[in-house]
Design a protein around this ligand. Structure first.
Ligand code: HEM
Ligand SMILES: *[C@@H]1O[C@H](CO)[C@@H](O)[C@H](O)[C@H]1NC(C)=O
Ligand SMILES: *[C@@H]1O[C@H](CO)[C@@H](O)[C@H](O)[C@H]1NC(C)=O
Ligand SMILES: *[C@@H]1O[C@H](CO)[C@@H](O)[C@H](O)[C@H]1NC(C)=O
Ligand SMILES: *[C@@H]1O[C@H](CO)[C@@H](O)[C@H](O)[C@H]1NC(C)=O
Ligand SMILES: *[C@@H]1O[C@H](CO)[C@@H](O)[C@H](O)[C@H]1NC(C)=O
Ligand SMILES: *[C@@H]1O[C@H](CO)[C@@H](O)[C@H](O)[C@H]1NC(C)=O
Ligand SMILES: *[C@@H]1O[C@H](CO)[C@@H](O)[C@H](O)[C@H]1NC(C)=O
Ligand SMILES: *[C@@H]1O[C@H](CO)[C@@H](O)[C@H](O)[C@H]1NC(C)=O
Ligand SMILES: *[C@@H]1O[C@H](CO)[C@@H](O)[C@H](O)[C@H]1NC(C)=O
Length: 366
């Protein structure tokens, strides 16, 4: 056979292959390039407006992405309201301090002016988290989009997946490992606590009742303990304290230097000193003059976290309102032959790949 013909056959497959691979399920850079080219810009502008008047919300929005991803995946289950017969994640005890929901609704409204019904609530959360970091003097992290919104939310999933403020290192490592996140991911992502605040009750056991007998945590610097006691009376239910004793508004290395100086706020922060890998990372960053490595590491780990359980293409929906599921569609007609299922596409793709390899060998032989 003429190798030119084979080459032509081969080349004619290339666009088909590219098309098929672009419809495979994944979180990718610029998923809205064509459908909503200004999406990321719209989110950034709205976040800049919101944080200019409420800088405290930067931490809240970054945390929202984490609590979303760790329970059912990054599919906006955290945003769903409870209903008469279902208690949703946001009403779980561990999530009672999660805030910033109204920010998501504001951004959603802006996006619906620019391109109605295109951008998912899960992507709004991820983009808002990314912009919170950038607007706190942190890195501008490129993140993938294309997540779609999930179809449920259950408060009972929360304690199985989210560690509490008093979690030890064993529990932290095992909860992260469930999502293939390593000890390094744990110590890097905990670095998010370089911004944002915690309620007094999230750590007051360390001040007033550490061993259940009225003593305080020996792993808390004595001067810092005095400062914290001034801010937090024993049963304070409302006050907020910066998680990073050095500077809770800047995305910097202050969280790690604080930890190395016994100024970690939560028991779960201090726990990072109890594992060789996480301890070494804390000490490496504690006195560092450059944020380069932390920023690069954070970008990598955030990307891994942002892929957990993401629903792409065929799965999930684009919610009309982030706090409620779309109304159920009318019963669907039998599947149309035109729209190939992901399984069919992948089978077709394998056949094509095999034929490309075969063509290549033919070209070699003739
Ligand atoms: C390692 C396990 C983690 C634990 C046990 C934990 C626990 C907590 C707790 C107890 C608070 C304070 C809540 C309050 O009292 O209002 C908090 C706040 C926060 N968390 Fe975490 N967290 C963890 C990991 C993460 C991760 C991976 C991220 C993001 C990548 C994150 C981002 C934040 C932020 C930004 C805040 C401040 C929230 C605000 O200002 O409203 N956390 N976290
Ligand atoms: C969107 O555009 C950016 C910048 O040109 C590019 O890096 C990215 O791959 C594009 N994504 C898609 C899905 O087209
Ligand atoms: C969801 O709950 C919040 C807070 O209770 C409420 O403000 C919001 O209107 C609810 N969303 C819908 C669509 O009802
Ligand atoms: C860590 O916490 C878990 C869950 O609370 C507990 O079962 C375990 O005994 C603790 N491990 C250590 C070493 O304290
Ligand atoms: C974690 O990695 C294992 C092995 O590579 C894989 O089988 C599993 O699906 C992954 N789990 C998640 C949650 O990504
Ligand atoms: C509380 O318990 C710890 C550990 O068991 C002990 O070291 C400490 O002395 C006790 N403190 C008081 C005030 O009894
Ligand atoms: C914290 O960092 C921000 C941003 O770099 C800076 O503007 C602010 O002055 C710092 N605050 C303190 C108390 O150092
Ligand atoms: C950081 O520098 C201070 C002052 O030089 C020093 O006391 C401390 O041990 C250093 N910490 C680390 C983790 O290297
Ligand atoms: C600072 O971090 C770099 C990597 O960014 C590392 O090679 C270096 O050892 C660290 N410096 C100090 C003083 O810890
Ligand atoms: C909810 O979504 C999951 C994941 O896409 C899917 O497997 C399941 O069938 C859906 N359930 C309902 C009731 O739509």
């Amino acid at each position: 056979m003429d190798s030119k013909i084979l080459m032509t056959v081969f080349l004619s497959f290339v666009p088909v292959l590219l098309l098929l691979s672009s419809t495979e399920a994944h979180v990718e850079y610029g998923a809205y390039n064509k459908t909503c080219p200004r999406a990321e810009q719209v989110v950034y502008e709205e976040m800049a407006n919101i944080l200019a008047t409420s800088p405290d919300l930067a931490g809240a929005l970054l945390r929202l992405h984490y609590v979303d991803c760790f329970v059912r995946g990054c599919e906006a289950s955290i945003l769903l309201n409870s209903t008469a017969d279902n208690k949703a994640e946001k009403d779980a005890e561990l999530n009672k301090d999660v805030r910033g929901y109204e920010v998501i609704d504001r951004i959603k409204a802006k996006l619906d002016e620019a391109c109605p019904g295109i951008v998912s609530c899960a992507d709004i959360i991820a983009l808002a988290a990314r912009d919170s970091i950038r607007l706190s003097n942190g890195p501008n992290i490129p993140i993938g989009t294309g997540r779609r919104d999930g179809n449920g939310s259950s408060a009972s999933d929360v304690p199985l997946n989210l560690p509490s403020a008093s979690a030890n290192i064993t529990l932290l490592l095992s909860l992260f490992a469930k999502y293939n996140l390593t000890a390094k991911d744990l110590v890097v992502l905990s670095g998010a606590h370089t911004i944002g605040k915690a309620h007094c009750y999230s750590f007051s056991d360390r001040l007033y009742n550490y061993n259940g007998n009225g003593s305080s945590d020996p792993r808390l610097d004595a001067n810092y303990q005095t400062v914290l006691k001034q801010q937090c009376a024993p049963n304070d239910m409302t006050r907020l304290v910066g998680l990073d004793a050095n500077n809770a508004t800047a995305f910097d290395l202050g969280y790690y230097s604080g930890l190395s100086q016994k100024k970690g706020l939560l028991t779960s922060d201090v726990a990072l000193l109890d594992d060789a890998t996480t301890n070494a990372y804390v000490l490496l960053q504690a006195n560092n003059t450059s944020t380069d490595q932390f920023f690069a590491d954070f970008a990598m780990s955030l990307m891994s976290m942002g892929k957990i359980g993401a629903l792409t293409h065929g799965k999930g929906e684009i919610r009309k309102q982030c706090s409620v599921l779309n109304p159920a569609p009318p019963p669907s007609p039998p599947p149309s032959p035109k729209s190939a299922s992901p399984e069919m596409r992948s089978a077709f793709s394998s056949v094509l790949s095999a034929s490309v390899v075969l063509s290549y060998f033919f070209i070699q032989f003739y």
